[in-house]
Design a protein around this ligand. Structure first.
Ligand code: TYM
Length: 332
């Protein structure tokens, strides 16, 4: 079975950056890769690498599960599950710790960034986070891993770990390839186009949440930082804010940036922004309706149980085979 794996942390509400960088791409890839099975999950064990409120975390897990489904992932082609419910993920993490080096983990820019923000002390799990992530991927022998740009370094380490194991023990893991969305691998903050749009940014004006109503969406886009030139033109160096909006718009229209620029030739920023706000709201409206229906129904429990069952069967076998390969245990 050919597989594609990806995960999202249940921290903060989903924003349009995460959506365009991940879930929307998953749905597109399901169409273009009909012979692949998708293991998609809620990375809750990753979330506790920094402090979390347990009540909020529980709520965020359910909400993220509903969003995955509401955004249109094809359930017959997907095993959707909660990472912590399959303990093979934790087991694989521990085993792979012996195949990652301190120096490699010390070089991870996301660790450095996140460690800087910790006031209560830096958790050891934050340091070893990329190993847990490598396990998530290698457990299912993923051929592809669709992610945003910020996960590039983690994917490179996953490949290194897989190659290291294969080199020492003979072919065992599939070495995964990252897949980045063409236009939206890095959706930038609406207020600071030098920074990526982030779940953890406290500035509400920096992002659009998938749950935002139309009036808020339009307001956020209207107040997005652009420039004073006034011409709709793609120039990612000198017009970072506008170019970010153009890429988002093109991704939602499923067309090229060039086509969008052509469409808005001679049109002012206000009209461009109003149209983009309308487009985003129209795109999100059916997702929001499905999301609310799912949150009220029992359907999610069945979907997650089913996903867990299918993923776990594979994951348990892979861990058992890996332990055996390493010479661990006595009986089996
Ligand atoms: P997380 O939860 O931070 O983000 C989920 C996915 O969304 C992408 N993303 C973005 N893409 C474009 N522009 C943005 N502004 C933006 N913000 C977020 C991320 O790149 C990611 O693809 N470590 C992962 C979760 C994870 C995982 C895995 C992913 C755990 N195990 C195994 C793939 C495979 C994370 O924290 O993503």
């Amino acid at each position: 079975m050919k597989t594609i794996v990806s995960g999202i942390q249940p921290t903060g509400e989903l924003n349009i950056g995460t959506y365009l960088g991940s879930i929307k791409n998953f749905v597109a890839l399901q169409k273009s890769h009909p012979d692949h099975h998708f293991f998609l999950f809620i990375a809750d064990t990753h979330a506790i690498t920094v402090p979390q409120d347990p009540t909020k975390l529980r709520a965020a897990i359910k909400s993220l599960a509903a969003m995955y489904v509401a955004c249109g992932i094809h359930l017959d082609q997907t095993s959707l599950f909660v990472q912590s419910e399959i303990t093979a993920h934790q087991e694989m993490d521990v085993l792979l710790q012996s195949f990652a080096y301190m120096g490699e983990l010390e070089r991870m820019t996301q660790f450095k960034d996140k460690a800087q923000k910790q006031v209560e002390g830096i958790r050891a799990s934050l340091f070893t986070y990329p190993v847990l992530m490598a396990g998530d991927i290698l457990l299912y022998d993923a051929e592809f891993v669709p992610v945003g740009d910020d996960q590039k370094q983690h994917l490179e380490l996953t490949r290194t770990i897989a190659e290291r194991v294969n080199h020492q023990y003979g072919e065992f893991f599939t070495v995964p390839k990252p897949l980045f969305p063409e236009l939206t691998a890095r959706v930038m903050s609406l207020q600071n186009p030098d920074q990526k749009m982030s779940k953890s940014d406290p500035n509400v004006k920096s992002k659009i949440l998938l749950s935002d109503p139309e009036n808020i969406i339009k307001k956020r886009i209207r107040s997005a930082v652009t420039d004073s030139e006034g011409t709709v033109r793609y120039d990612p160096e000198n017009k970072k804010g506008l170019s970010n909006l153009l890429r988002m718009y093109a991704a939602l229209e499923e067309t090229s940036v060039d086509n969008m620029v052509e469409r808005y030739k001679g049109v002012n920023y206000q009209t461009f922004k109003d149209d983009l706000g309308t487009k985003i709201a129209a795109h999100l409206a059916p997702i929001q309706a499905r999301y609310h229906a799912l949150m009220q129904s029992q359907e999610l429990t069945d979907i997650l149980d089913d996903g867990k069952k299918r993923a776990e069967a594979l994951a348990i076998k892979k861990v058992q085979r890996f332990k055996k390969k390493l010479g661990l245990g006595f009986k089996r």
